[in-house]
Design a protein around this ligand. Structure first.
Ligand code: AMP
Ligand code: GLY
Length: 419
């Protein structure tokens, strides 16, 4: 099989590496890819949102299967367009991708199908949102811009002033574009990413993982795209996993069928576990990044078998085998990330780190024969171990070999998983 991987981050590098292990895959192409991916597969400089150019590439190269990493092309309808052109592609249709593209759609959907989530109200006008916050001043709220905002459209205000400013940022200054505002009850609990591969009818849970969204240790500092992850997560017992499948995933898949937009692809539920009970914070319609970097290497069996089973609605009989090992990824971020990541700093020590760990590229580029920083999250250093403790040791030893000016990373990735 010839497989095209669409995207340019650490997640796509992990997809490429995972597919390389498949005996069924004869060639991998990537678009646009990144300098790390380019070491393993030819990369074509096509933007992920340039769907017609991606179709032309898939046709010219006679690609047998395309796999989409990021949400943007999914919400633009890349799956619908590939299918119209007679090309096989793994991911949800544009209608199904509304689960990530619109928080208003998702909250209304969750309410309609009685799927546990935080209480909420939707606002289009600032004054009524301010009034709501004044009326409900004794409770804590979270503010969310309706549409895609590259992980930045959620404001968790500490003070009432911040909450009112947040309303204005979303509805008056329109910081995230012309958007509706969702005001949602603040939930206190343990956050969890739960990923499921879906064939439109059935969902099969993948290995568990937990992201670390804040920039600094002990979950302090600003929110980021994710500073690291580990798998498996001891918090997710067999029992909790069954409850998530029963109360959240199954009714979501049934509801999406009912809505005429069955979900095929990776469904990522961002959950809050409150007093043992799972509630949906958000849906994403693709692998998490950096969660993919720890889940993909944990599959012992072939990813292609799973993707193919999903595309032919055979997931109910799929039997993935997971490694009985722990995996951790530590993200190395550029100076100034997340507000203003600096570019162009020379990266050293990659070869040394790669002796013991997998190093996924995310925001790198090549300059005069050197790898340099070119994005917020620069690299993801990943290690496997028989225990999480062992994986952490190997991972952080490798992290310490890599250097670039202003490099930021968390020292406490995976610590929660060892309690
Ligand atoms: P989201 O993009 O919806 O996952 O939100 C980004 C982050 O904001 C989440 O990972 C949580 O840490 C936080 N968050 C979102 N919604 C809530 C909520 N209702 N209660 C508490 N924290 C939340
Ligand atoms: N790590 C969070 C996400 O992929 O959305």
């Amino acid at each position: 099989m010839k497989v095209l991987v669409i995207g340019s981050g650490g997640r796509e590098h992990a997809i490429v590496k995972a597919l390389k292990k498949s005996p069924k895959v004869s060639q991998i192409l990537a678009a646009p890819g990144n300098p790390g991916i380019a070491q393993e597969a030819p990369c074509f400089p096509i933007k992920v949102e340039d769907i017609s150019a991606l179709i032309a590439l898939a046709q010219k190269e006679q690609v047998d299967l395309a796999i989409v990493g990021p949400e943007l092309p999914l919400t633009f309808g890349i799956v619908d367009e590939f299918q119209k052109a007679g090309l096989k592609i793994f991911g949800p249709t544009q209608q199904a991708a509304r689960l990530e593209a619109s928080k208003v759609f998702t909250k209304n959907f969750l309410k309609k199908y009685k799927i546990p989530t935080a209480a909420y109200e939707v606002f289009s006008e600032a004054e009524s949102a301010h009034q709501f916050l004044r009326d409900q001043a004794s409770r804590k709220w979270v503010l969310k811009a309706d549409g895609l905002a590259a992980g930045k459209g959620v404001i968790v205000p500490i003070t009432s002033d911040e909450a009112h400013q947040g309303v204005d940022r979303i509805l008056v200054q329109k910081e995230f574009g012309p958007q509706q505002l969702v005001i949602e009850e603040f939930l206190d609990g343990e956050e969890l990413s739960f990923m499921v591969i879906c064939d439109g009818i059935e969902g099969l849970s993948l290995a568990t993982s937990q992201d670390h969204k804040r920039l600094f240790d002990n979950d302090e500092g600003p929110n980021t795209g994710g500073m690291g992850a580990y798998s498996p997560v001891p918090l997710v017992t067999e029992e909790l996993s069954k409850e998530i499948m029963r109360t959240i995933i199954a009714p979501t898949l049934a509801g999406m069928r009912e809505e005429g937009s069955p979900f095929t692809g990776i469904l990522y539920a961002g959950l809050m576990i409150c007093k043992g009970k799972p509630l949906v914070l958000e849906y994403n319609v693709r692998f998490g990044d950096p969660e993919a970097q720890v889940i993909l290497p944990r599959l012992e069996s072939d990813w292609i078998d799973l993707f193919e089973a999903a595309l032919s609605k055979r997931l109910s009989s799929a039997t993935p085998r997971w490694k009985n090992q722990s995996v951790i990824v530590v993200v190395l971020a550029a100076e100034g990330y997340p507000a203003n990541p600096k570019k162009g700093d020379v990266i050293t020590g990659l070869d040394e780190a790669e002796q013991t760990a997998l190093v996924y590229h995310a925001g790198t580029s090549m300059q005069a024969g050197n790898f340099v920083t070119a994005g917020g999250r620069v690299l993801g250093v990943t290690a496997l171990g028989d225990t999480l403790l062992q994986a952490r040791e190997v991972c952080y030893q490798a992290v310490n070999k890599i250097k670039f000016s202003g490099m930021q990373f968390r020292q406490d990735i995976g610590k929660k998983g060892m309690k």
